[in-house]
Design a protein around this ligand. Structure first.
Ligand SMILES: Nc1ncnc2c1ncn2[C@@H]1O[C@H](COP(=O)(O)OP(=O)(O)OP(=O)(O)O)[C@@H](O)[C@H]1O
Ligand SMILES: [Mg+2]
Length: 328
């Protein structure tokens, strides 16, 4: 067994599942637990302390934890925020721990900016499922006849998705439908759309230099206290994006095979095909070998995308982060 294998195996029983703190720096902070991240909101300083846990969400539910996943996600987001800072201002302020990002608290736009370059997807709301069912427009974009699964779209398209309340599913809409809902001003939306297009083009160009295809991704944006439109949340992580290996993409497609994917497709397939679970009822318990394999894939995605070696922090995460943040 390799050193990394051993470290990951030891982590199986010591993943970061949830955080227990009631104060940070001696002060009581507002708290919001997302599916993957625990946020502590410091209104006084206008900062959001985002603790990226090892939780994995699939089919809109939390299904368990994966060793090192939080660190991979946080450090990948950090990498991409640094890479794209010249293209769009972002919320990142500091990274005081491998699993923590301190960000500027913003007012999120009520829409997720989804960029797509390929006719793909697995869920019932994906562009591929819509096309397969006969749709020839998607979120206001005309789609040519005769396309096949995983084929490149004529150009990258923005398919906005309304942010549903916790527990509900998001809905894809066209620009016109979104504006008709009256939840966002056209000028603000169009500025966000432009940023999303710019960031996606940059992400795809970088991915190509690493032998990867960035097939699609989702951005969240917000307005900071100064009124600036800012990229928030995460960027180009395997949780928010679909990455494929470029080298055998054509060969596999010609054979009618799915692309080799870097994201949580592996876990989704285990859940759906082996455990027969696609989101209804309580999730199955993931066996250790599936969790280990998923961990290796997350780590591989970090190394492939960044070209850097991943160094897992194996110290007990709760005590370690508490020290870094002064949390109790
Ligand atoms: N700079 C920021 N300002 C305000 N909110 C932010 C900022 N960055 C991220 N967020 C929010 O923090 C949360 C991150 O948690 P996570 O992604 O785990 O939740 P989620 O399950 O996707 O979210 P939700 O439960 O809201 O659907 C999201 O609700 C995201 O919109
Ligand atoms: Mg999220």
């Amino acid at each position: 067994m390799s050193l990394l294998d051993e470290a990951l195996r030891a982590q199986l029983r010591a993943t970061l599942d949830s955080t227990p703190w009631t104060t940070i720096g001696g002060r009581k902070l507002e708290r919001y637990d997302g599916k993957v991240r625990d946020c502590y909101i410091d209104r006084e300083r206008g900062e959001r302390i985002i603790v990226v846990t090892d939780r994995l969400s699939a089919f809109d539910a939390v299904v368990g934890t994966i060793p090192s996943k939080g660190q991979v996600l946080n450090q990948l987001a950090q990498f991409w925020f640094e890479q794209t800072a010249h293209l769009a201002p972002n919320h990142m302020l500091r990274v005081p721990d491998p699993n923590v990002m301190i960000a500027r608290e913003c007012t999120p736009l009520p829409v997720e900016l989804v960029m797509r370059s390929y006719l793909t997807g697995v869920t019932s709301t994906s562009i591929w499922k819509a096309y397969e069912a006969g749709a020839r427009t998607f979120c206001g974009h005309a789609l040519p006849e005769g396309m096949t699964k995983n084929q490149p779209l004529p150009r990258a398209i923005l398919t906005p998705s309304t942010k549903a309340a916790k527990g509900d599913h998001d809905v894809s809409v066209s620009r016109d439908e979104l504006l008709a809902m009256g939840r966002i001003q056209p000028a603000l939306f169009d500025r966000a759309a432009k940023l999303a297009e710019t960031l996606f083009a940059a992400g795809q160009a970088h991915a190509a230099t690493r032998g990867l295809i960035l097939a699609d991704t989702k951005y969240e944006m917000g307005v900071d206290p100064g009124g600036t439109l800012v990229l928030i949340d995460e960027i180009h992580t395997p949780d928010s994006s679909r990455y494929w290996h470029a080298d055998d993409y054509e060969v596999r497609r010609a054979r009618g095979e799915e692309p080799r994917s870097l994201d949580k497709e592996f876990v989704r397939r285990w859940l759906a095909d082996v455990a027969k679970w696609t989101g209804d009822g309580p999730p199955p318990v993931m066996p250790d070998d599936i969790r280990l394999e998923a961990a290796k894939r997350y780590i591989a995605s970090y190394e492939l995308v960044t070209g850097r070696a991943f160094v897992p922090d194996t110290r007990e995460p709760i005590a370690r982060i508490a020290t870094a943040l002064g949390a109790a």
